[in-house]
Design a protein around this ligand. Sequence first.
Ligand code: C5P
Length: 302
Amino acid sequence: MKLLDRGSSLTIWAPAKANLFLEILGKRTDGYHELATLMVAVALFDELSFADDPSGSFHLECDRPDLSTGPDNLILRAARLLQTRTGCGRGARIRLVKRIPMMAGLAGGSSDAAATLIALDRLWQTGLKAEELASLGAELGSDIPFFFHLPAAWCTGRGEKVEPIRLARPLDLVLLLPSFGLGTAAVYKQVRLPRDPETGADIRQALEAGDVETVGSRLFNRLEEAATSIEPRVEEYRRRLEQEKPAGARMSGSGSSLFAVCRDPEEAARIARAIEPWAKEQQARVLVARTGHLPDDGSAGD
Ligand code: C5P
């Protein structure tokens, strides 16, 4: 993640993610699902600023009034976890500029939590290794460890076992962000376990080879059917993206966002323009974004 260190304060840019492949392999005794997923960072960023507070207390401010800034917020949970585990007596004043849509399957909250661990470890000079920070993150959410292995990784277990993979070239995406959100737990509850799970070997190989056409044709998400059973517009929205003939289109994570994989930036711009009037009627938002985890010059996705 990009981090700007000013000594007693710093700013970090937390990217979104998309799942190019997500298969459910089974249900575990702890209530979680065993999965295999191919995740890529998406260049759409929340911006978090931290200022040291030697008193040991935390204060979080956010530009979105609909996001809780109380102790349940993952940013504060991550901050407290690092403080407790390292025995560090310091606190922080935190400002969050939220750009990653919420309840969208883009892991904005998880990315913010990972960014918090990285930023506070630096600010407080607690000196943890990335692997130690990632395993603290895993205690807070299954998607958090991925953000220590950007920009692309193959994730297994409940999502917390991360194997970084090479992204041969960036992918040009069109994101379609519905006005409705979907809750992760609710979607997982509706999942039907496959008898013969997809392996994802083809799409993984294609991503490593930079073969966009095959990546697009092999996009897969087992949670899409479950999400559609809760909100049928998920499928309708994917079909709308597919009408524009991108290399492929899918839902990300547990939804509700969808994305199209395009062959180049021009195609992404064309598709975004083509679906814009329809999306407006649906009160959905359309964004063009590339895969990747570093903002150009700190402009961070505006
Ligand atoms: O780990 P995280 O807090 O992101 O998970 C949110 C919810 O999603 C869990 O409470 C669980 O219901 C579901 N989940 C799951 N299997 C996973 C990841 C998440 O069932 N591998």
